[in-house]
Design a protein around this ligand. Structure first.
Ligand code: DOR
Ligand code: ZN
Length: 421
């Protein structure tokens, strides 16, 4: 089935270009100033056409926590957010530490048939940090990386073994960096606001120590490593100096770390509770600078949907996590592009091309011959984020009521329209 997208501004690696785009057999087969073709036509006049977002850090919660999210609701939320491909974290129940769970997730995703879903296997069995999961069998079943996200692998010897094994299977470790002894039950960033609020703080050092450890392992083994959800200015510095000496480290951050500071915790709204915590102005600015200078390679959401009962409790007892997949594009566009920090092409690099490269996934470019995973957005459309309209089961967002720009109007996966506003 052919599909013609007319009159849109294409966001390509070389910059923006107003052109028509023809899709056939799930691929972009032609880009030209004017294409005429007898087929289904989408008029994108006044709109922008982006490579589909590849969100390499999401929690879909299935199997086991379907009260928070499931593969169907998460996929619906994804395509509404312009996301054509996700990688889902293994902290499900049972944990995704074996090939059976990997196959289950892939089968459910195929039935749902909205965005592409790539399972991530756990590093350790049951995410217990003690023995390695069935990495080879999971790779054969289709995982794209391994991670114990939600916690760190505390034992450095096990982490080193994991990196070596993963590398043998051409997989990367995605490192959730947190020294849990140092976090010591902290629920927000340790600083002025934690003191003001009487909430226990978690210091930057708890994150930085593990970033430094995982980089030290990567450097000593000469094996690539990826650092999850960087939130500290000091973590950015550690990664920057590692990159400067040639360490094969890549890193991601999330919209809440470049759009917010911990001033938002002062209302005790539990939707602001996330791990690692939202930090201070200095951190926010360093994250933005790190995105600009290439220290931070990509933007992910860490989409962490939770049910009302997990969040409607006192701050100390609430679950960590932000439901972010439906707001990622608008927040990134508003706080990075509209704020003057980067171009549209640079944004597409961070949200699509870089994740594709880091995990060896298909996608990330608008060009002839590329897979037709794209979305169309109206960048002039200003709207107010309304969590009650989320398709995700998780309404836990600190951005409810925020005015943002950039509305996703249509999402296309493998040449098929999967979402229309
Ligand atoms: O805030 C978070 N929520 N951080 C994580 O690392 C895990 C996630 C979750 O699974 O809810
Ligand atoms: Zn994490």
């Amino acid at each position: 089935m052919k599909l013609l997208i007319k009159n849109g501004v294409l966001v390509t690696k070389k910059g923006e270009r107003k052109a028509d785009l023809l899709i056939d057999g799930g691929k972009i087969i032609k880009i030209a100033d004017k294409i005429t073709e007898k087929c289904e036509v989408i008029n994108a006049e006044g709109k922008h056409v982006f490579p589909g977002i590849i969100d390499m850090h999401v929690h879909l919660r299935e199997p086991g926590f379907e009260g928070k999210e499931d593969i169907e609701s998460g996929s619906k939320a994804a395509v509404k957010g312009g996301v054509t491909q996700v990688c889902c974290m293994p902290n499900t129940n049972p944990v995704c530490d074996n090939a059976v769970v990997v196959s289950y997730i892939k089968n459910r995703a195929a039935q749902v048939n909205l965005c592409k879903v790539n399972p991530i296997g756990s590093i350790t069995r049951g995410q217990q940090g003690e023995s390695l999961s069935e990495i080879g069998k999971m790779k054969a079943a289709g995982i794209v990386a391994i991670s114990d996200d939600g916690k760190s692998v505390e034992n450095s010897l096990i982490m080193r073994l994991a990196m070596e094994y993963a590398n043998d299977f051409n997989l990367k470790c995605l490192c959730h960096c947190e020294d849990s002894a140092l976090v010591d039950g902290g629920v927000v960033n340790e600083g002025y606001n934690s003191t003001l609020c009487g909430l226990k703080g978690s210091p930057r050092a708890a994150e930085d120590i593990m970033i430094a450890r995982d980089i030290a392992l990567s450097e000593s083994l000469n094996i690539p490593v990826h650092i999850c959800h960087v939130s500290t200015y000091s973590g950015v510095e550690i990664i920057k100096s590692a990159k400067a000496r040639g360490v094969k480290v890549t890193a991601e951050t999330c919209p809440h770390y470049f759009a917010l500071t911990d001033d938002i915790i002062t209302g005790y709204d539990t939707s602001t509770k996330v791990n690692p915590p939202v930090r201070e102005e200095r951190d926010k600015n360093a994250i933005i600078a790190g995105l600009k200078d290439g220290t931070i390679d990509c933007i992910v959401t860490d989409h962490a949907p939770h049910s009302v009962k997990d969040k409607q409790v006192e701050y100390n007892l609430a679950a960590f996590g932000i439901s972010g997949i439906e707001t990622s594009f608008s927040l990134s566009y508003t706080y990075l592009v509209k704020a003057g920090h980067m171009s549209l092409a640079e944004l597409a690099e961070k949200t699509s091309a870089a994740p594709a490269r880091i995990l060896n996934l298909d996608g990330g470019a608008i060009e002839e011959g590329a897979v037709a995973d794209i979305f169309i957005a109206d960048l002039n459309e200003k709207y107010v984020i309304d969590k009650t309209k989320f398709l995700s089961k998780g309404k836990n967002t600190p951005f409810d009521g925020f005015e943002v720009y950039g509305l996703v109007e249509c999402t296309i996966v493998d040449g098929e329209v999967k979402y229309k506003a």
